[in-house]
Design a protein around this ligand. Structure first.
Ligand code: ADP
Ligand code: MG
Ligand code: ZN
Length: 473
C-alpha cells in the first residue's frame, strides 16, 4: 500500500493588529486583555478589514506561484464552541484570495513538485484553558480574530519524510518573506495532516484520517507514521478505515478520535454580509512583487557568482542579517569574497558568542570593509587582524586608527621594503649567490631575515617581491 498525504497549514500573519479590529496580536498578554467588541462578537459590532493581512496573503501566493484573485469573498463558517464568540469563523470559501501554485521538495529520487489547491484568509479562534485541578475550563479570547492564512496542498505527498520536508521548506519561506513570525511553540505555524492508503499505482484514493493541529515538524511526522500504521493494520484485518478527525497525543505517540461534538461537519457556510469583497488591484500586486526579496536560490547564486566559497555562502545564508551585512559592507569596499571571509572567520563567531544580532554588530559593515581593504593593501597582516578584531568588536573603533595606535600596521611601502631587502642581500652574499644560481628555496630564508630585521613589521608578501627585485640588482 502507498500512503497519500495532503496538508492544511495555518500560518499566523505578521500583522500588528487583528484581522477585523485594532486589537494587538502579540502573544503573552494577560488573558482577555487584547479584546474589543468586534473580536468578542458583541451584537452589532462591525468588522473592518486589515489591509496588511491581505498584502501578506497575496505575497505568500506570489512566492508560491499561485493565482492571486483580484476579488475574493469572506464567508461565515458556522459552528459552536466556547472559544468562538461569534458562533462562526470568518473564512474564505469561494473564491479564496489565492488558487493553485506549487512548491518543490527534494526526495531521494530527485525533486518533486507538490501542488497547492488554495490559500485563503481566515481568523483564529480564542483558546480554552483547561484547569484540571479545579475541574473547570476558562476561555481566553486574546487570540480570537488573529489573522491566518490556510494553505491547502493537493494530496501529492507520499511519506512522512516528504511531508516534513515540505513543512520545513514552507515555514522557512514564509518566515523569510516575513509573512509570518512562524513561532511554532506559539502555534503560529501549525498543520492538519490528511492520510490515506491505496494500492500502489491505484488511481483512486482511500478513505482518509485527518489529524488536527500539529505544531511541530516532528509531531507532524510522527502523527503521519502512526496513522499509516493504524490504517495498515485495519486493512490487514479487513476492517474499514473510517473518515474521521483525530487528535495526536505526542506523549503516547498515538492518534485518537476527537469527541464527536468537536467534529462539527455541517458548517453551513454562507456569505459574510458585514464585509465587502477582498480586493487586490494589479497595482498592489505589482508593488508586492517588487518588494519581494530574492529567493534563497537567487541569493546563493549571486554570492557564488561573486566568488564566495560554497561553505561560506551556506554559513552566511544560515545567519539572519548576514547577507544584508555583506551587501552593506560591499558598498564601502567592493570585494565580497574577502569581506565574506572575514565575516566567516571573525564576525559571525563573535556575534554568536556575544549573542548580538549581526545587524547590531559593533563592528559596522563600513569598518569590516575597511579592515578587508587594509589587509588587501598589506597595511594589516593576518596575525594583526586576529589581534585587532576582538578590540574592534569590543570598542567599535575605526580599524586603521586602532592598527596604528597598537603598532600593528605592516611596512608595506615599496621603497621601505626595497631598502630593507637591499640590506639583507648585502649582508648575506653567499645566499644571494646561491639564489642567483637557481636555488630558489633560499628566498624564504631571506624573507625570514627581512622579517627579523623589521621586527615582524614588514608585509611578508611585499618583502618577497622586494627581495626578488633586490636580488636582480
Ligand atoms: P476538508 O476541508 O474537508 O478537510 P478537503 O477536500 O479540502 O477537505 O481536503 C483537505 C486536505 O486533505 C487537502 O490537503 C487534500 O489534499 C487532502 N485529501 C483529500 N482527500 C485525501 C485522501 N483521500 N487522502 C489523503 N489526503 C486527502
Ligand atoms: Mg480539513
Ligand atoms: Zn478586537
Amino acid at each position: 500500500m502507498e500512503p497519500v498525504i495532503g496538508l492544511e497549514i495555518h500560518a499566523q500573519l505578521k500583522t500588528k493588529t487583528k484581522l477585523f479590529c485594532p486589537c494587538p496580536t502579540e502573544p503573552g498578554a494577560e488573558p482577555n486583555t487584547n479584546i474589543c467588541e468586534v473580536c468578542t462578537g458583541q451584537p452589532g459590532a462591525l468588522p473592518r478589514m486589515n489591509g496588511k493581512a491581505i498584502e501578506l496573503a497575496a505575497k505568500a501566493g506570489l512566492a508560491l506561484g499561485s493565482k492571486v484573485n483580484g476579488q475574493s469573498l469572506f464567508s461565515r463558517k458556522n459552528y459552536f464552541y466556547p472559544d468562538l464568540p461569534n458562533g462562526f469563523q470568518t473564512s474564505q470559501l469561494d473564491p479564496p484570495i489565492c488558487q493553485g501554485g506549487s512548491m518543490d521538495i527534494e526526495t531521494p529520487s530527485g525533486p518533486k513538485t507538490i501542488r497547492l489547491n488554495r490559500i485563503h484568509l481566515e481568523d483564529d479562534a480564542g483558546k480554552c484553558v483547561h484547569d484540571e485541578k479545579r475541574g473547570r475550563t476558562l476561555v481566553d479570547l486574546n487570540r480570537a480574530g488573529t489573522p491566518l492564512i490556510e494553505i491547502v496542498t493537493e494530496p501529492d505527498l507520499n511519506s512522512s519524510a516528504e511531508a516534513m520536508d515540505f513543512l520545513k521548506k514552507l515555514h522557512a519561506l514564509l518566515v523569510r518573506l516575513e509573512v509570518t513570525e512562524g513561532r511554532m511553540e506559539e502555534g503560529e505555524f501549525r498543520c492538519d495532516v490528511n492520510v490515506s492508503l491505496r494500492p500502489k499505482g491505484s488511481p483512486t484514493m482511500g478513505v482518509r484520517g485527518e489529524i488536527k493541529n500539529l505544531n511541530s515538524f516532528r509531531y507532524a511526522g510522527q502523527a503521519i507514521e502512526y496513522e499509516i500504521k493504524r490504517q495498515t493494520a485495519l486493512y490487514a484485518q479487513g476492517q474499514p478505515v473510517l473518515q474521521e478527525t483525530l487528535h495526536f497525543d505526542p506523549a503516547r505517540h498515538e492518534t485518537r478520535p476527537l469527541r464527536s461534538k468537536e467534529e462539527a461537519h455541517d458548517y453551513r457556510y454562507f456569505p459574510q454580509p458585514d464585509l465587502p469583497p477582498v480586493r487586490v488591484s494589479p497595482e498592489l500586486l505589482e508593488r508586492i512583487g517588487l518588494s519581494m526579496p530574492a529567493t534563497a536560490e537567487e541569493t546563493a547564486q549571486n554570492l557564488l557568482g561573486q566568488g564566495l566559497r560554497e561553505d561560506v555562502v551556506t554559513l552566511l545564508m544560515d545567519r539572519k542579517g548576514a547577507v544584508g551585512y555583506l551587501e552593506e559592507a560591499r558598498a564601502h569596499y567592493d570585494q565580497a569574497k574577502k569581506i565574506a571571509a572575514l565575516m566567516a572567520e571573525f564576525l559571525l563567531p563573535a556575534c554568536q558568542k556575544a549573542d548580538v544580532p549581526i545587524p547590531d554588530s559593533p563592528v559596522t559593515p563600513r569598518n569590516l570593509a575597511k579592515l578587508a581593504e587594509l589587509m588587501d593593501k598589506g597595511v594589516v597582516g593576518r596575525r594583526a587582524a586576529q589581534e585587532l578584531f576582538p578590540i574592534l568588536f569590543r570598542t567599535g573603533a575605526e580599524p586603521e586608527a586602532l592598527a596604528r595606535e597598537k603598532g600593528l600596521t605592516q611596512i608595506s611601502d615599496k621603497g621601505a621594503l626595497l631598502a630593507l631587502a637591499a640590506e639583507v642581500v648585502a649582508s648575506h652574499p653567499k645566499e644571494a649567490e646561491n639564489y642567483r644560481n637557481g636555488q630558489e628555496k633560499v628566498l624564504s630564508f631571506l624573507v625570514g631575515q627581512l622579517m627579523r630585521k623589521s621586527r615582524g613589521a614588514a608585509d611578508p608578501k611585499g618583502a618577497g617581491e622586494a627581495l626578488i627585485e633586490a636580488l636582480k640588482a
